[in-house]
Design a protein around this ligand. Structure first.
Ligand SMILES: C[S@@+](CC[C@H](N)C(=O)[O-])C[C@H]1O[C@@H](n2cnc3c(N)ncnc32)[C@H](O)[C@@H]1O
Length: 274
């Protein structure tokens, strides 16, 4: 795996920064949206004492993250489900914090995903997002050939674009930070692995050309230096008083347990409970 266990730029340091920005406290109920290998969820449970539910559309990643939670002895405070960010299988007002690291840019319908974040968040709860940015609404053409960045860059927004999406869902923006160093760190981490993969690729597999890999990396570094791409951290809160919640109807969610090998599909949009 080219990125190792950590899928997001900035690694644990940026996750901790995000936790500070949303004022994460022990016992808070956190939704880790698009939880991947579980890095963020495990850190928030182990270091902050949070009660974390991760959700990812990949059943394999949810299972892997569950195994890691068991290994890290935090399975009592962390669980993972399979589901789509745009149709969350959770009751309204069920979380104090929603975190989404390096995944929002890939959601095809960002407005739907944002509205789902707001629905599952309690009044007064916070959202923390870290993600790729582009400097214009149209991503730089020369970046379109970059393997691994394609889906992120194609779906990334400007910082203002993300803020507009949050505001449109009635979230109140609290903080916006630029973290280009997080992307630089990611490139530094990935480049040697890509070059090694190119050198070690067995002849029977399609060739990863070392020169091409170095060219991609140079393009990515230029884009970062020029500000065409970047990385941001956003925090916002859902207005309202925590004690005045609308009625809540529970919704059963299939969590991945270590012994479970079959996964239920997330509920269809029409079965969502409001
Ligand atoms: C770059 S990884 C980030 C994973 C994790 N948040 C982290 O920072 O390590 C993006 C993740 O988003 C998940 N994902 C993409 N679209 C999704 C969606 N619509 N609903 C749920 N998960 C999604 C992918 O399966 C993948 O695990």
């Amino acid at each position: 795996m080219l990125l190792g266990e950590s899928y997001h730029p900035g690694g644990p340091a940026l996750t901790r920064r995000l936790a500070e920005r949303v004022d994460l406290r022990p016992g808070m109920r956190v939704l880790d949206l698009a939880s991947g290998t579980g890095d963020t969820a495990l850190l928030l449970a182990a270091e902050y004492g949070a009660d974390v539910t991760g959700i990812d559309r990949s059943a394999a990643l949810a299972k892997h993250a569950t195994d890691r939670a068991v290994d890290a002895c935090v399975a009592n405070r962390v669980r993972f489900a399979v589901g789509d960010a745009e149709f969350l299988p959770f009751a309204s007002n069920s979380f104090d914090i929603v975190i989404c690291e390096c995944a929002f840019c890939t959601f095809p319908d960002k407005a739907a995903a944002t509205s789902e974040m707001v629905r599952v968040l309690r009044s007064g709860g916070r959202v923390g997002i870290s993600d790729m940015t582009v400097d214009t609404a149209v991503p730089p053409l020369e970046l379109s050939g970059l393997v691994g960045w394609v889906s992120c860059i194609a779906g990334a927004r400007t910082m203002t674009g993300y803020c507009d999406l949050l505001a449109a869902a009635a979230l109140q923006l609290e903080g916006r930070e630029e973290h280009p160093e997080a992307l630089l760190e990611l490139l530094d981490r990935v480049e040697p692995r890509l070059v090694a993969a190119a050198i070690l690729t067995p002849p029977e597999f399609p060739a990863l050309d070392t020169a091409q890999v170095k060219k991609w990396m140079a393009v990515a570094r230029r884009a970062l230096a020029s500000g065409s791409v970047g990385y941001c951290l956003l925090s916002a809160h859902k207005p309202g008083h925590p004690d005045k919640q609308p009625a809540d109807f529970g919704l059963e969610v299939a969590m991945i347990r270590p012994a479970v090998s079959k996964y239920r599909s997330p509920p269809a949009k029409s079965s969502k409970v409001e």
